[in-house]
Design a protein around this ligand. Structure first.
Ligand SMILES: [Zn+2]
Length: 323
């Protein structure tokens, strides 16, 4: 006889809960323990919480959130946490069942659901669902930062003013980032504003900055790209004379290379314009390992590869030299 996934999760939860409750007692003014699923959410929590929280991200650089499933270590961390921040909008498709269970015991918040529905893009394959990649537009991400602020203030009202001031400072950075992106991407010649990537993570980016966006795979990386899709995109690259396509740090570059080979066979040379951070940030401790650095990198690399003007080291000269 075999135990169901749900009962395995439940028993892991019970064991970890007992340890967590023992640990939590008597720690009134210790930093809040916050677990975030993605690096982007962890970054928002760190910026807003400052020293009031210890924040841990489950998914590191190069990790694909569409496919990620919680490990035993993750389960232990989430059960022990005061707050679990996840994205929602079906980004963490493999974690939904676990998070639903956990929400009966721990404060669990799907922060991307703070973005007003009228600002969300429809999902390409599921009716009634939305494109989860809202971090691609800093103006949308601001809604997430505000939700993080509100949830932290609810859990620790005595620090509400700190959270508010930190959030305001971070929102000012996001506004500057947004202005940099707008100005930089407007320097790309209009006919070159086509972004071809491994999967459809850049829909909000395209909408915000006037780019046509084409992913080889759809909004989730769960469905494989068909040969038809590769053929279609090769045709597009050749007929529109598109000079560069982009690989993503969290998705295999196999399909992107197939595009380049397909175009080459038709006598059109396409370059890899650079590696973009689509669904995960860069390494912790680097500028690219922050939300602002991630977006600065993407904007700068895209603009430079497609004929626009951008400083090689980005908005504040902090990027590793962009391609
Ligand atoms: Zn994605």
């Amino acid at each position: 006889m075999r135990l169901s996934r749900r009962s395995l999760i439940a028993s892991a939860l019970t064991t970890a809960m007992a340890a967590a409750m023992a640990a939590r007692a008597g720690a009134a003014s210790a930093p809040l323990s916050v677990v975030a699923t993605t690096g982007m959410i962890a970054d928002a929590a760190r910026r807003v919480a400052g020293g009031e929280a210890e924040v841990r991200a489950l998914m590191g650089p190069g990790v694909d959130p569409h496919a990620y499933r919680q490990t035993r270590t993750d389960i232990a961390a989430m059960v022990r946490a005061d707050l679990v921040l996840w994205h929602g909008l079906y980004l963490e498709a493999q974690m939904e069942a676990f998070l639903a269970d956990l929400s009966r015991r721990t404060r669990v918040e799907p922060v991307a659901e703070a973005v007003p529905e009228e600002l969300l893009r429809a999902h390409d394959t599921y009716a009634g669902r939305f494109d989860p990649h809202v971090w691609m537009d800093p103006d949308l991400w601001a809604h997430v930062v505000l939700r993080v602020r509100d949830v932290l203030a609810e859990l620790r009202p005595e620090a509400a003013r700190t959270f508010a001031a930190n959030a305001e400072a971070h929102l000012a950075d996001l506004a500057r980032l947004s202005a940099y992106a707008r100005e930089t991407l407007a320097s790309v010649p209009e006919t070159a504003r086509v972004l071809v990537t491994a999967h459809d993570a850049f829909g909000y980016f395209g909408r915000a900055y006037g780019f046509e966006v084409m992913g080889i795979q759809g909004i989730s990386t769960e469905s494989e790209a068909g040969l038809n899709r590769i053929g279609e995109l090769v045709e597009l690259l050749v007929s529109r004379r598109i000079a560069a396509v982009f690989v993503e740090s969290s998705v295999s570059d196999r399909n992107v290379r197939a595009l380049i080979e397909g175009a080459a066979a038709r006598g059109h040379e396409v370059r890899i314009g650079g590696e973009l951070f689509s669904d995960a940030m860069g390494p912790p401790g680097t500028y690219e390992g922050t939300y602002v650095g991630m977006i600065d990198h993407n904007v700068t690399v895209i603009a430079r590869a497609l004929g626009g003007r951008a400083p090689a080291r980005g908005m504040d000269g902090l990027l590793e030299a962009a391609a």
